[in-house]
Design a protein around this ligand. Structure first.
Ligand code: SF4
Length: 699
């Protein structure tokens, strides 16, 4: 009898469009991951550090969670404990009902998929709208995500075009940029009118009580800023002790997930809007989800909690590459999903995919936090056998094999007999058909028969002084020294061959790339991700740049934040522009959404990644860098720090001292590749990002 997983896998194998999408998608993500780690000073040490952070967090998870909850409550966040999916659905629907919400906008959250939140919201009379482009496409199609990072990875461009023509606009063309613009228009209105925003959480920093979102499109920022109520949902495993540790994990997550050094947005939310802030939610909740997690603390699968959901193991897995995520029948597919799903849903309901692995170790080699997935897959198989959830025929076959293996003479004789049998087959050496229940196994593959000369035979010959035949290796296929060196370099950098154990302890202080001129490096990095940096030599030049940029959107207002190092608002008003002051960010959001340019300051900038750091408050609304078509940041050269890691102490101190409800790390324009992996700018946030880098003495 064919198992449910095998049935789904066979359907996937027979779907040429799915095969095309999977091969293109997983292959490209894998390549981008390798390239992204080349920019780290010590990739393997970085991954080992990330791994150590995850391990050490779980040594004292109770204390970190206590600290997190205390800090969140101090900031005005209402924390709810949800022991299971039903409780989480009830809590979230209850908050929506009390808020009088009819519409809830959601940013991508695997936890909300895990608890099947949307159906519960609909039953409660709340219309949930997914706002991540990939998730929105799937909601239109009535489908579920198939990948942790790229939920619509399984959809080809043709399928998306067809969907848009049926559900959005009959005249939709085939250009991914135009399709994205359609989505932007449709979703803007939802953002502006939703009463509730629901998000997931990538990291929850205990020491500051900060919930972090790692996103590219800007929908996460809109969901956590525009609606009056923000609800965050997370499994307790997302806790991270310190800001520095969260930044280290940030250094590996986007590299592994989307091949970026850092995503466009790293949003750090530390509570509802503070007095004096122009925008942000008035009410904020955190729903802390257990749903089967706690029973695995201290057990053989605890290491699965180290996962930071980057999807790299899915891209690297030969099984996932072939059958895709839906074959796993769970929101968590692929190698890590084969562990997480039975942990959360039980062996009976979700244990089968653990058997669908070749145990090649590619998943662990790809994993940024070096989760030992192969070990846990084997443990999960053992647990299935112990719980008797494997089919009877399979259990009998393995029992028979175990019996034979304990009898070496019989074992050797059986293999010799099989090797002889192979000579009689039409395709010598391969067995493509097996009788009875074993037939299902042979349907998708051929069984190589034992070699005519067994290892024992070869060993005996060697002992008699004969040389064994040379063995070919993958390296033998390399044609040039450059190909070989390239492979060795990548393998050394990424710790190829580390699977199953030997990972050195990371150094206390991670090596960093050398940045002799932070300002020049900042310019180089921001421009590499599609931004544009101007370096005026005088205030006249700075003024000319500001007026020129504002003039690119004629007739449209300019949003100008307070506390800027230059009198940009005054210059713009004198030049005849309509200037929207910071207070318009709350009630004047429609007007703000019509703005061409948003002008803000910047607390710090990180040269290594070209990142702008914008804390809320002090006349700096979050929406000024988010709703207008373009964002211009005024950056003082002395505020440019070389590395992202240098931001850690600064962020901690700023959050503790001034308590901004939100700090946004912005790296280039809003972007997405959710339609056929085509990179598009300006999905929800600004299409363009400019920085005016002001030399000392000018600001
Ligand atoms: S197990 Fe590792 S590679 Fe897989 S999704 Fe989690 S962090 Fe990424």
């Amino acid at each position: 009898m064919t198992s449910p997983f095998n049935r789904r896998a066979r359907l996937a194998l027979a779907d040429p469009r799915l095969q095309q999408a999977l091969q293109g998608g997983t292959g490209r993500f894998g390549e981008m991951r390798l390239k992204a780690f080349e920019s780290a000073a010590a990739p393997l040490a970085l991954r080992a550090k990330a791994r150590e952070i995850r391990r050490r967090t779980f040594d004292d998870i109770g204390r970190h969670l206590d600290t997190l909850l205390a800090n969140l409550r101090r900031s005005g966040v209402e924390v709810h404990a949800a022991p299971d999916a039903e409780a989480a659905r009830r809590i979230i629907a209850g908050i929506c009902r009390r808020s009088g919400a009819k519409l809830a906008v959601k940013s991508k959250s695997m936890a909300s998929e895990e608890i099947h939140l949307n159906g519960a919201l609909e039953k409660a009379g709340v219309r949930p709208v997914e706002t991540d482009l990939g998730e929105w496409i799937l909601q239109l199609a009535g489908e579920t995500p198939s990948h942790l990072v790229a939920p619509a990875l399984h959809k080809t461009l043709d399928q998306v075009v067809d969907l848009f023509r049926r559900k959005v606009d009959p005249g939709a063309g085939r250009d991914p940029e135009a399709l994205t613009a359609l989505a932007r228009r449709a979703l803007r209105q939802e953002f502006l009118t939703a009463e509730v925003g629901i998000s997931g959480v990538n990291f929850a920093i205990a020491e500051t009580g900060t919930l972090c979102l790692v996103t590219n499109e800007g929908n996460g920022r809109l969901v956590t800023t525009l609606p009056r109520v923000h609800i965050a949902l997370m499994g307790f495993e997302k806790v991270v002790p310190t800001v520095e540790e969260a930044l280290t994990l940030l250094a590996v997550l986007p590299r592994s997930g989307t091949g970026q050094k850092i995503t466009s947005y790293f949003t750090m939310v530390s509570g509802p809007r503070r007095p004096g802030e122009a925008d942000g939610p008035e009410e904020m909740h955190l729903v802390l989800l257990d749903n089967g997690r706690s029973r695995h603390l201290g057990g053989p699968f605890q290491e699965a909690f180290h996962c930071i959901r980057c999807g790299a193991c899915q891209n690297a897995c030969p099984v996932f590459q072939t059958v895709g995520g839906h074959a796993y029948d769970s929101v968590y597919g692929g190698p890590i999903g084969a562990i997480l799903s039975p942990m959360f849903r039980g062996l009976e309901a979700a244990g089968e995919p653990a058997a669908a692995s070749s145990l090649c170790g590619a998943c662990q080699e790809a994993c940024p936090v070096l989760v030992d997935i192969p070990r846990m897959l084997i443990e999960m198989r053992g647990a299935r056998v112990a719980a008797r959830t494997v089919p009877r025929a399979e259990a009998l076959a393995f029992r028979a094999a175990a019996w034979a293996m304990r009898r070496p003479a019989l074992w050797e004789f059986s293999f010799r007999a099989l090797a002889q049998l192979g000579r009689l087959l039409p395709r010598a050496g391969r067995l493509g058909w097996l009788p009875g229940a074993a037939g299902a196994w042979a349907k998708g593959r051929e069984l190589p028969l034992p070699a005519r000369r067994s290892f024992r035979d070869r060993w005996r010959e060697r002992q008699r002084g004969r040389r064994p035949a040379p063995v070919s290796s993958p390296a033998a296929q390399e044609r040039t020294p450059e190909e070989m060196v390239e492979r060795l370099r990548r393998q050394a950098a990424l710790g190829h061959g580390l699977a199953h154990g030997h990972i050195a302890s990371p150094p206390d202080v991670l090596p960093e790339v050398d940045i002799p001129d932070p300002a020049a490096r900042f310019q180089q990095e921001l421009e590499a991700v599609g931004g544009k940096v101007f370096r005026p030599a005088s205030s006249e030049e700075a003024k000319a740049h500001i007026l020129d940029l504002a003039g690119r959107w004629p007739g449209r207002p300019v949003a100008v934040s307070g506390g800027l190092p230059l009198p940009a608002g005054e210059w713009l008003r004198e030049a005849g522009f309509e200037v929207l002051p910071p207070s318009d960010a709350g009630d004047g959001r429609e007007r703000l959404a019509a703005a061409g340019l948003g002008v803000t300051g910047c607390a710090w900038a990180a040269a290594e990644t070209g990142t702008l750091v914008l804390p809320s408050g002090g006349g700096s609304p979050r929406l000024h860098s988010l709703l207008p078509e373009a964002h211009l940041a005024l950056v003082r050269e002395e505020d440019v720090v070389p590395h992202l890691s240098a931001l850690g102490p600064r962020l901690r101190e700023r959050i503790a001292r001034e308590g901004p409800s939100c700090v946004s790390l912005i790296t280039g324009p809003s972007r997405s590749a959710d339609i056929a992996l085509t990179l598009i700018r300006g999905v929800h946030g600004p299409r363009e990002v400019f920085a005016l880098l002001l030399p000392r003495g000018l600001a």
